[in-house]
Design a protein around this ligand. Structure first.
Ligand SMILES: Cc1cc2nc3c(=O)[nH]c(=O)nc-3n(C[C@H](O)[C@H](O)[C@H](O)COP(=O)(O)OP(=O)(O)OC[C@H]3O[C@@H](n4cnc5c(N)ncnc54)[C@H](O)[C@@H]3O)c2cc1C
Length: 414
């Protein structure tokens, strides 16, 4: 839908699903792609050393607090070498990398166990949105600091009364001279504590309803009118937050698209949420599954026929997910491909967490130390409860499939 993640021409024919086996590459790629793979692999091997060596595996869902400052430094190091925003067009500071190369990058990044990225909300969501809808001035002001990981972003969509039903947003903004003044509350705002800026969906036409009268504003977080309150999660950590806007201000020019046309822009951002990065995520899933198989061998759980069956099903599910992800990115899965993929991976990952608890047996129910010192499996089990909620809940994905793929009658809406 958006320029930088649009026509996935690079996927066919260079990338084709091959009857893959865990631990091997799932893709057949061109000689240029293989050269690209060697380039990023060698760079990662040479650079995940010294002060960055200890960052392997740091961060990620349920662990975003880990080594944050050091991970920012690592991300800036990546950026300086041109390894951020690969898919952005060169005129906007990217590499104009093909989709195949982006997939390779995410695979190699995950394979090297490099730390979780800190700037993905800017790089994957806002950047492509600005490239498609922003003014030249907005592109000049914001794209380079995103690329260089100098400014971090958060996504101000959800509110206490507007989650799945995002068009119910009630945070309001009005113009006061050359500034927007924003009042309202956002919730579940990931990484808001660390963010310098927030892209905010706000109602700018008083009395307007649903998608009409909304605007997409770029709001600086470090100002008097913004309060961020971390929310403690099941994992004991606090990745997401409540954000209160109480007369917060931003310049009148910092509206993306026309004032009142924010719904169109906001939906475009949603459409690109976790596009090509999904394949990198699956390399991480494969690693988790391999470790779980190893754990089952160690604990003897692999002798249990039910556990063996579930592990084998997990492997098959991962292969099916990969094949579907490739087909979706290649545009071969139809308009509901991303919804199907979200359903596949979210359920798969939750079931992996449940399986991990069963492989460990009774000890899985006890934290290894106080206060709330979880091991990786417990954290996976607890954090994966969120997988079926964020990025559009499973129920919402099923509604999309029911209406758009199956042609069932539309769900009653208020
Ligand atoms: C880890 C995590 C990170 C997040 N990060 C961000 C962020 O950075 N920025 C941001 O803006 N938001 C973020 N969110 C919020 C997320 O987008 C919302 O939680 C999600 O859209 C669901 O909204 P809700 O929580 O208000 O639940 P609700 O919409 O109230 O839904 C509650 C339940 O009802 C079901 N339901 C709702 N409507 C329907 C329907 N029409 N048909 C059938 N079932 C329905 C839902 O599936 C769900 O099971 C994050 C959430 C999580 C879990």
């Amino acid at each position: 839908m958006l320029a930088s993640h649009g026509a996935p021409a690079g996927l066919q024919p260079p990338l084709r699903a091959r009857g893959s086996v865990a631990g091997r590459h799932m893709l057949r790629s061109s000689p240029q792609d293989e050269q690209f793979r060697r380039g990023i692999r060698e760079w990662l091997d040479a650079n995940l050393t010294g002060r960055f060596a200890a960052l392997r595996d740091a961060g990620g869902p349920g662990r975003e607090h880990e080594a944050h400052a050091e991970r920012v430094a690592w991300n800036r190091h990546l950026a300086a070498a041109g390894w951020t925003c690969l898919g952005w067009p060169p005129e906007h500071g990217g590499r104009g990398a093909t989709l195949a190369q982006q997939v390779i990058f995410y695979e190699e990044y995950a394979r090297s166990r490099a730390p979780a990225r800190v700037g993905y909300l800017g790089e994957e969501l806002l950047g492509p949105t600005l490239i498609a809808f922003g003014t030249h001035a907005q592109q000049r002001r914001f794209l380079e600091p995103i690329r260089a990981v100098q400014e971090l972003w958060c996504q101000g969509y959800s509110e206490p009364g507007a989650g799945s039903d995002l068009a119910a947003v009630s945070t309001a903004a009005h113009l006061d001279g050359d500034q927007w003044v924003i009042t309202g509350q956002k919730v579940w705002t990931s990484l808001a504590v660390e963010a310098d800026w927030c892209f905010v969906l706000a109602r700018t036409e008083p009395g307007s309803k649903r998608g009409a009268g909304l605007s997409y504003l770029l709001v600086p977080m470090r100002q008097k009118g913004v309060t961020v309150r971390p929310i403690r999660q099941l994992t004991g950590t606090s990745e997401f937050n409540e954000v209160f806007f109480d007369g917060a201000r931003t310049h009148a020019s910092l509206v993306v698209g026309e004032p009142g046309d924010g719904w169109r822009v906001a939906r475009a951002t949603l459409a690109i949420e976790r596009g090509v990065a999904t394949l990198g995520q699956q390399v991480g899933f494969e690693r988790e599954l391999n470790r779980l198989v190893e754990l089952a061998r160690q604990t003897g759980a692999s002798g249990d026929p039910v556990i063996r069956d579930r592990l084998a099903r997990a492997w098959i599910g991962l292969e099916a997910m990969r094949a579907h992800a490739l087909r979706t990115l290649a545009g071969g899965a139809g308009g509901t491909g991303p919804s199907e993929l979200k359903l596949l991976w979210s359920r798969w990952h939750q079931e992996l967490g449940e399986l991990a608890m069963d492989v460990q047996g009774a000890p899985s129910m006890v934290a290894r130390g106080a206060p709330y010192d979880l091991d990786d499996w417990q954290r996976l089990f607890l954090f994966s409860r969120a997988d079926t909620i964020y990025g559009g809940s499973d129920e919402i994905q099923r509604t999309i499939i029911a209406e758009r793929a199956l042609g069932l009658p539309r769900q009653a809406r208020s």
